[in-house]
Design a protein around this ligand. Structure first.
Ligand SMILES: [Zn+2]
Ligand SMILES: [Zn+2]
Length: 257
């Protein structure tokens, strides 16, 4: 089984398009690349239903879409027999995590991704962002504290791009990887196309053999399933023989590949 559990529903020019036709394009590319099942995971801050939580202009200017329409069209694709799952990429928002979870709880998610993109309003994956005010050691420490909190919150099922702090190829002298219990980690090929040029996460983060998913983080349909053969290799090198398949926020293991 090959899954791609991280993508954003856009048209080929990367415009947000929550439509059945847009889903079909992703499904077709997935099939052509040998991906058995895909999951849509739009950024949570795109949806008006979560508006009270957002403070940054980057978030509020994008917060104009209807969550019911997004969920509705993915469910329609499911009913039509397409191999798709309903997910969302949920941001770490510190002490407002419970409030954000409450806004999402009435929807039939197959899984929720958890991501740390901002630390106290400063971006980890944009420059200067948090890098402009914090040492490399400080960014990594704070990033992993936030990621651990998100994992422990019970509000997400999979951690996206788990060592995102390496995106600009800045590492502390020694990386202290946290133990992250109760969640799966995604093996994401997106890092191959960022300055770091590596898959997320580093093998050290997989040493305790947490459950895994596979992810392209495609923002256009043509990138679905991109480089997943390398993600499978990465998983096998870490000793994995299974991948996690989610349904109704419950994971089960299926043979990898
Ligand atoms: Zn992300
Ligand atoms: Zn994403």
């Amino acid at each position: 089984m090959i899954v791609d559990y991280h993508m954003h529903l856009r048209d080929p020019e990367e415009r947000v398009t929550h439509s059945l036709e847009a889903i079909e394009r992703f499904v077709e590319t997935a099939a052509a690349r040998g991906v058995d099942e895909i999951g849509f995971t739009e950024h949570v801050y795109y949806f008006r239903q979560t508006r009270p939580v957002w403070t940054l202009e980057y978030q509020t200017e994008r917060c104009v879409y209807d969550l019911d329409a997004y969920v509705g069209v993915v469910l329609e694709a499911k009913r039509a027999g397409m191999p798709v799952k309903l997910g969302l990429e949920v941001d770490y928002v510190g002490d407002r995590q419970g409030e954000l979870a409450a806004a999402l709880e009435s929807y039939p998610w197959d899984y929720l991704l958890g991501s740390v993109h901002w630390l106290d309003g400063l971006a980890v994956d944009q420059e200067p962002g948090v890098w402009g005010v914090e040492s490399v050691e400080g960014v990594w420490r704070r990033y992993f504290v936030a990621l651990s909190e998100l994992a422990a919150s019970g509000h997400v099922d999979v951690l996206a791009h788990p060592d995102l702090a390496k995106i600009f190829r800045r590492w502390p002298e020694r990386v202290e990887y946290p133990a992250l219990d109760g969640v799966a980690l995604e093996i994401s090929t997106a890092g191959l196309h960022k300055p770091v040029g590596e898959i997320y996460p580093a093998p050290e983060m997989l040493a305790g053999r947490p459950p895994i998913t596979l992810a392209s983080d495609a923002h256009v349909p043509q990138n679905v399933g991109r480089d997943l053969d390398r993600a499978v290799e990465h998983a096998r090198a870490a000793g994995y023989e299974t991948v996690t398949v989610f349904e109704g926020r419950r994971g089960r293991q299926e043979p990898l590949g």
